[in-house]
Design a protein around this ligand. Structure first.
Ligand code: AMP
Length: 452
């Protein structure tokens, strides 16, 4: 079999990519209209960026990261393998290793990398809220299935320097507006409050007390992690865990006064923003860094992987990099899932770009006239194509013009040259007219510019 792309990583081209472009430009527009500016971070980060932030107990850190080996390590292994006797070379490789001394990972999610960049560039040292968005590929070593890939793409928004519940509401309203602008309404907005470092320990204790007598019924992974990360049992996908978790104590009952009023503030702001939502105590999100607000948009159009987008507040994330807390809220939405939902509805209109003119020269003399003309029009911003193969008949040329999806064919043969005209054929209607060869480029240019 011919060589294949890596499992769970796909090529994108043709009509599918044209749809992505249409969706991407709409999403970028909405972000811009809401005041979010783009940030791009590198694909490779130091392992600690995620290890210390996303959480040791999370699937991402435990088993889903693509580690990238350092060239210094490779060089050392290589020289050892070759039985390199030259001590100096091994010494150099070892000192390179000591200098690098770290491991890299392909970015599995955007938020921790974003906060790393915020701190590195001191973006939070501004007196007011800052709004950023990113659009980047993510890499997770997951078992691929519909809507779950190993390379996937996320649009994310991050609003920093604002601790208020209205900031949380803003990003949810943005998302609701965004999906609706795609005519997508088949989703539920589920919100929760997962507490703060002040009140969460009490809730975690209550969960441990609840799960302890039922420990044997939990899946092996939850049995293992329930002491360290009892909240994670709540969003375990195992059926037994879900059944037991359905009667577990509810986090909202354990919130401290500040978290409770934050939650109330969020609900009020969402209502003022005209957004319908549901409270769902099971939304705890897989990652460690969330505090207070956590939310997901869940769609019936998606099958098993039903989350369109997930997000929440992560004020404490910066502390894991040794900084003071940075009040922040954000989300990450999966492009592949959005496209699946739009395909299920079949509503995404997209413009397939097409050439304006297909030049059909019938013979050498015609080619020498049309070739410079087609290049000149390209330079003026008009998409033209030309049949390079001389000696093809008119029928074959028109077939190519049709295949290229051109709006018009420009036909030129010896007869037309003799009469100083060219034939313009409307490819959709089949109607033809003659244009003077004199200043043909201007005539063709104006026709397209008038049309748009
Ligand atoms: P997470 O970063 O896991 O909170 O995921 C946020 C969003 O990214 C999800 O709601 C999905 O839309 C999307 N997503 C997460 N993991 C994958 C994956 N493996 N393949 C495709 N989309 C994903």
């Amino acid at each position: 079999m011919a060589i294949q792309s890596v499992r769970g990583m796909h090529d994108l081209f043709g009509d599918d990519l044209a749809k992505w472009h249409a969706a991407e430009s709409r999403i970028r527009r909405v972000f811009t209209e809401f005041g979010y500016g783009e940030i791009r971070t590198p694909a490779l980060e130091r392992l600690e960026v995620f290890k210390e932030t996303v959480g040791e107990d999370t699937d991402i850190v435990q088993k889903q990261m693509f580690l990238v080996s350092d060239p210094a390590i490779e060089a050392l292994l290589d020289s050892l393998k070759r039985g390199e006797r030259e001590a100096s070379k091994i010494d150099t490789a070892l000192s390179d290793l000591a200098r690098v001394g770290e491991r890299y990972v392909l970015r599995p999610e955007g938020t921790a990398a974003f906060i790393r960049a915020v701190i590195q560039h001191q973006l939070h040292r501004q007196p007011h809220a800052q709004r950023y968005y990113y659009y980047l590929p993510m890499y997770r070593y997951e078992r691929p299935q519909k809507g779950r890939l190993r390379q996937f793409h996320q649009f994310g928004a991050e609003l920093i320097n604002d601790p208020s519940p209205e900031a949380d509401a803003e990003v949810i309203v943005l998302l609701d507006h965004l999906y609706r602008s795609f005519d997508l309404k088949e989703y539920e907005i589920r919100v929760n409050n997962v507490g703060c470092p002040g009140c969460r320990p009490k809730y975690r204790e209550a969960l441990r007390d609840y799960f302890r007598p039922r420990l044997k019924e939990l899946c092996p992974q939850c049995q293992e992690r329930f002491e360290r990360a009892p909240l994670r049992v709540l969003d375990c996908k195992n059926e037994d865990c879900q059944r037991i978790a359905s009667a577990a104590p509810i986090g909202l009952d354990y919130l401290c006064g500040n978290c409770r009023s934050h939650h109330q503030g969020l609900k009020t702001a969402l209502t003022l923003g005209g957004v319908q939502f549901q409270e769902d105590p099971r939304i705890v999100r897989g990652l460690d860094y969330y505090s207070r607000t956590a939310f997901e948009f869940v769609s019936t159009l998606l099958g098993a992987q039903s989350a369109l987008v997930g997000g929440g507040r992560y004020d404490g994330l910066a502390e894991r990099f040794g900084e003071k807390p940075i009040p922040s809220v954000g989300f990450a939405l999966g492009m592949e899932r959005l496209m699946l939902a739009l395909d299920a509805k079949g509503t995404l209109a997209f413009d397939k770009p097409r050439p304006s003119y297909y030049f059909a020269p019938l013979g050498n003399a015609a080619f020498e006239r049309l070739f410079p003309l087609s290049l000149e029009l390209k330079r003026r911003g008009v998409w033209t194509e030309i049949g390079y193969e001389r000696g093809k008949g008119l029928k074959a040329m028109l077939k190519q013009a049709d295949r290229a999806g051109a709006l018009y064919a420009v036909i030129l043969g010896d007869d037309e040259i003799g009469r100083s005209v060219a034939v313009l054929r409307n490819m959709q209607k089949g109607a033809q007219e003659e244009l003077p060869l004199e200043a043909l480029d201007d005539q063709l240019f104006r026709r397209i510019h008038r049309a748009v």
